[in-house]
Design a protein around this ligand. Structure first.
Ligand code: SF4
Length: 462
């Protein structure tokens, strides 16, 4: 496998050049990236037909650079657009009758409505919240662009591990369905506000949104005073109260097979969250031929395929693997966040996906799921804006390494791109040795420490 260096030529169309992280890149407001404009879309229907994905893939190839992504939160991204092609993409999607949500993201588990293990269907409440926000007058709510609300009624692929500004987690009470309202975190870390009856959930969320509106357009869940909200929402509280804090089980990863009563849902992952338009089109045509009638976007950069008969599951898995999709929930690549890199982005200093494949081959003991490795084509860090346990980022003509850092932070050690394979092999050997004493890669990394790791990484490269 060859790693190539490429020169940096950032593309930033004039009308969008000033846009910074924090905006939500919709069709109306695409985001400039190293490979042109990016739009992030959440379909208005929870599931689309395979033919819809074929239409989307063709539009991405015609008007973008042919790269599509599914994000960690289960949104669809189309890359490589230009100012003049975004309206054509929007027109093409409208012509194909594929509509997308606008405004505040209200997220639900991907198996909502069909999961025998869910407490309730999350979608009707999510739809009611979206409608209430859209029609809120006066005044219209002005909220942070990246604000998110999670409505999680649990089940096989519940969203307990998804961080949100406002969460509603379903709980069963003797009097019926209630929702645990909390703010600023995942289901364990969010601060609890109240348990509200099902019929009061929309007005309770709106009350929290009005507080956020009052705090200003950048206010997020972490800025809320949970105690004050508790007093404010007291009249809407479920009589049975919050009860003991529940620690929900970690939800399953979407990739793999999920039994749904009589049928089976098949989860497939996009390799490093990305696919080509051609591969997506071939996958969808093949799945439709096997009997698939619906495909849902899912968190953890994956798709859930519905409608396959049991006899079609194995052929579906073989098809997905042929097209480069992942079909194992525990695949080592799941622990790596990768951006487009030089293969798809003008700012990329090296081929990030080739580097990720090298890491899988050279350092499998690092990829046990206990930590995230971020491989970034440049310091912008599109694939993982937060700090990652281990980051490799393009810098000058080399690749730099750092522990517990973001791609834009000061890095610890650098190697030339053509020496990256050997550097990763040295890191792999170090981790392998340390894993003989420790259970997890995270603990092994902590024991090795930044300076020893940096020394091994750059050894022989100077
Ligand atoms: S982080 Fe990756 S995708 Fe983002 S601008 Fe840099 S190379 Fe391009």
């Amino acid at each position: 496998m060859t790693l190539t260096v490429s020169a940096s030529t950032d593309i930033a169309p004039a009308a969008t050049a000033g846009r910074k992280r924090g905006f939500c890149p919709s069709l109306a407001s695409p985001m400039p990236t190293g490979d042109g404009l990016l739009v992030r879309l959440r379909p208005a229907r929870i599931g689309l037909k395979p033919a819809d994905y074929v239409a989307i893939a063709r539009l991405a190839a015609a008007y973008g650079n042919g790269l599509l992504e599914v994000t960690a939160r289960g949104n669809l991204q189309i890359r490589g657009l230009r100012e003049e092609t975004v309206p054509k993409l929007a027109a093409g999607l409208a012509e194909a009758e594929i509509d997308f949500h606008r405004g505040v993201a209200v997220e639900t588990p991907p198996l909502s409505g069909i999961d025998p293990d869910e407490i309730a269907d999350s979608e009707p409440l999510a739809a009611a919240i979206r409608a209430a926000i859209a029609t809120h007058l006066p005044p219209p709510l002005v909220l942070a662009p990246k604000l998110s609300i999670v409505v999680d009624a649990g089940g096989t692929l519940g969203l307990s591990d998804m961080v949100a500004d406002i969460r509603l987690d379903a709980i069963r009470r003797s009097g019926g369905l209630c929702w645990r309202l909390s703010v600023g975190g995942d289901s364990c870390s969010a601060r609890e506000v109240a348990a509200v009856a099902d019929g009061d959930a929309v007005s309770a969320v709106l009350a929290v949104l009005e507080v956020l509106h009052g705090l200003g357009p950048a206010a997020r869940g972490r800025d809320l005073d949970a105690e004050a909200l508790r007093s404010q929402l007291g009249s809407r509280a479920c009589p049975a109260g919050l009860g003991d804090k529940m620690i929900p089980p970690s939800p399953s990863r979407p990739v793999g097979r999920h039994r749904l009563g009589e049928g089976t849902a098949l989860g497939v992952g996009l390799a490093y969250g990305q696919t080509s338009a051609a591969a997506l089109e071939r996958l969808m045509r093949g799945l439709a031929a096997l009997g698939a009638d619906e495909v849902r976007l899912a968190p953890h950069r994956s798709l859930i395929v519905l409608g396959l008969a049991d006899a079609a599951i194995e052929p579906g898995i073989a098809l997905a693997e042929r097209e480069g999709f992942w079909t194992r929930a525990d695949g080592p690549g799941n622990a790596i966040a990768v951006c487009a890199g030089s293969a798809g982005c003008a700012s990329g200093r090296f081929d990030t996906k080739a580097a990720a494949d090298l890491l899988v081959a050279q350092a499998p003991d690092l990829l046990d799921g206990s930590l995230t490795v971020h491989i970034s084509g440049c310091a912008k860090g599109c694939a993982h804006p937060r700090a990652a346990a281990l980051t490799l980022a393009g810098q000058g003509n080399g690749v730099a390494l750092a522990i517990d850092a973001r791609a834009g932070d000061e890095m610890g050690a650098t190697v030339r791109v053509d020496g990256l394979g050997e550097a990763l092999a040295r890191i792999g050997a170090l981790i392998r040795q340390e894993r003989q004493q420790t259970n997890t890669a995270r603990r092994a990394l902590d024991r090795i420490g930044a300076s020893t790791l940096a020394k091994a990484f750059r050894q022989g490269s100077q």
